[in-house]
Design a protein around this ligand. Structure first.
Ligand SMILES: [Zn+2]
Length: 286
């Protein structure tokens, strides 16, 4: 109830419950990609987590009880991409708490015990509707709640080696969805910071983003189809990234944050692009 009232206040007046020391240390230790952060980054992440936990509502589905430790694990991974970011308007933020505006279009996070089967439909080029089942570990809806499978979240530490992270995946979709008009689908092109990679105009920034992403996406799709058809080497990243540009963005973001070294080897062209997007404001260097 207190959180409910506090949510009406501007962030700088809110007083979220601080994240307890022991729980915080355990959360950092459980995620190798969090233990690399410097002291300033950790402090900022902890502050973002406290506000994130106050702003979001967690719902356990199918009998799952979401503990403080579970909610914090989700918050820490969700907030990691924000640490060095620009604000949603493209300008730097004065108060890092306002970086949470990137996730400001929703409140609810539904945590399922494991992956769920979603019934999908798709229309083919002849106008025929096809129904199929898809097993999903997470889902983000534009202006709607986010769903995560706890089984997948809980294994984030081990899966970092393979570049997997379901939380970062779904929150990257949320960034991509920002600024969409109702009914539009995300396309792997989130709002870029002002002056992105030395560009002077928004249109040229978008062009740099689009061309670089398209080339990397095409190269990945080719590698996937070579592996499938001719038994070539299976690409490092999940071939789900070959589905469409939005999934390519979300899957590559996972790898960028949880296994930066391998990501740089696999996607050298995306490294400066993602640094330009996720590290536009370098205010937390030690
Ligand atoms: Zn996705």
């Amino acid at each position: 109830m207190i959180d409910f009232i506090q949510r009406w206040l501007p962030r700088k007046l809110r007083r979220p419950t601080p994240v307890p020391d022991a729980l915080w240390r355990r959360t950092l230790a459980q995620h190798p990609f969090l233990s690399d952060l410097n002291a300033l980054e950790r402090e900022c992440l902890r502050l973002l987590c406290a506000h994130f936990l106050m702003e979001k509502e967690f719902h356990g589905a199918n009998g799952l009880v979401v503990s403080d430790a579970m909610a914090l694990a989700i918050a820490a991974q969700a907030c990691l991409p924000l640490l060095h970011m620009h604000g949603v308007s493209g300008e730097p933020v004065q108060d890092p708490r306002n970086l949470l505006d990137w996730y400001g279009d929703f409140v609810g996070i539904v945590v399922q015990p494991g992956a769920v089967v979603a019934r999908r439909k798709t229309m083919d080029s002849a106008g025929v509707m096809h129904h199929y089942d898809e097993v999903i570990a997470g889902e983000a809806m534009d202006r709607g709640p986010l769903m995560l499978s706890w089984e997948d979240v809980a294994h984030a530490g081990e899966r970092a080696q393979q570049g997997h992270n379901v939380v970062i995946h779904e929150f990257a979709h949320k960034m991509d969805m920002l600024g969409l008009r109702l009914g539009e689908s995300p396309d792997g092109a989130p709002p870029l910071p002002t002056g992105f990679m030395g560009t002077r105009q928004r249109a040229s920034a978008q062009q740099v983003w689009h061309q670089t992403m398209q080339a990397a996406y095409d190269r990945f799709r080719e590698a996937v189809s070579r592996a499938e058809r001719f038994g070539g080497e299976v690409p490092w990243l999940d071939d789900y990234a070959a589905k469409d540009p939005a999934e390519f963005f979300a899957v590559t973001c996972e790898a960028y944050f949880v296994n930066r070294e391998r990501f740089a080897e696999e996607f050298p062209e995306l490294m400066p692009l993602y640094d330009g997007f996720f590290r536009a404001a370098r205010t937390l260097s030690a």
